[in-house]
Design a protein around this ligand. Structure first.
Ligand code: ATP
Ligand code: SF4
Length: 256
């Protein structure tokens, strides 16, 4: 039920492991820091990691007459979370549903969660252009969706995946808000200098070539992964970091 949701944003990536869930989670936390009511929906059947990233693993969810009830991260109810991962006993358990059952589950999670009033709903989607992905996109046609943020890493192979993702969005009529380039360098844990270990500016170039906005870069920062398992935002925990600056900028661009 998205009738009380003002804005819906999809977070996509061409392949797994590029930091899509980290970007989705930190974006949700950053929007919350901006005083907004936020929902985070994780329908990544390949690796539903949002419960792990927010320290919500093992929490039970239940269905009321009106649908699935999301989990609130605290009493202020400013961040509501729903993940397919809540249905798995263990994060590493494979998702055993196949074909139509998988599709039905994704559709249910898109349409049957009882969200309260939300300013933004961030949807962490399955990576790639798989069947689940197509299902999400098809369902999104029936949902008002503001657009998609594509997460990539700077390596050439990831950029190829993004190209496919951009074509896919264009074909399915989903607006692209822009590209976030994750793991664009490495922040030294000793001196916090950032070293570009891959060719830098790959995301900027790709964005230029594709005519899609570049929304910012996030380096590999061990201090970011230390926040895994908590609901702490890079904005409050690492306020002077480049990562915090990127998420702040992202919130400004999205809410403008
Ligand atoms: N910028 C970063 N700095 C440090 N660690 C990061 C960064 N981005 C992601 N990670 C870490 O990399 C791992 C994978 O990230 P994440 O789960 O966000 O990727 P994903 O693209 O959602 O993967 P999947 O689709 O397989 O779930 C996590 O442990 C996360 O903490
Ligand atoms: S960036 Fe500086 S502190 Fe970090 S490992 Fe290199 S030389 Fe050492």
């Amino acid at each position: 039920m998205l009738d009380k949701v003002k804005h819906v944003i999809l977070v996509l990536s061409g392949k797994g492991g590029v930091g899509k869930s980290t970007v989705s989670t930190q974006l949700a936390l950053a929007l919350r820091e901006a005083g907004l009511k936020v929902g985070l929906l994780d329908i990544d059947l390949c690796g539903p990691s949002v419960p792990y990233l927010l320290g919500l693993e093992g929490r039970d969810i239940y269905q009321c007459d009106e649908g699935w009830v999301p989990i609130y991260t605290d009493d202020s109810k400013s961040l509501a979370v729903m993940s397919i991962g809540f249905l798995l006993k263990n994060r590493n358990d494979p998702v055993i549903w196949r074909g139509p059952k998988k599709t039905m589950m994704i559709k249910q999670f898109l349409t049957d969660v009882k969200w309260d009033e939300l300013d933004y709903l961030i949807i962490d989607t399955p990576p790639g252009t798989s069947d689940e992905h197509i299902t999400v996109m098809e369902c999104m046609r029936e949902v008002r969706c503001d657009g998609a943020i594509i997460v990539t890493t700077p390596q050439g192979v990831a950029l190829d995946d993004v190209r496919k993702e951009i074509t896919f969005c264009k074909k399915t009529g989903i607006a692209i808000l822009g590209i976030v380039e994750n793991m664009s360098g490495f922040v030294c844990p000793h001196c916090t200098n950032c070293t570009n270990i891959f060719s830098s500016e790959g995301g900027v170039e790709l964005a230029k070539m594709s005519g899609v906005p570049h929304l910012g870069t996030v380096p590999i920062d061990p201090r970011v992964s230390v926040l895994n398992g908590t609901t702490r935002s890079v904005l409050t925990e690492l306020p002077d970091s480049g990562t915090a600056a990127t998420f702040k900028q992202l919130v400004e661009k999205i809410t403008a």
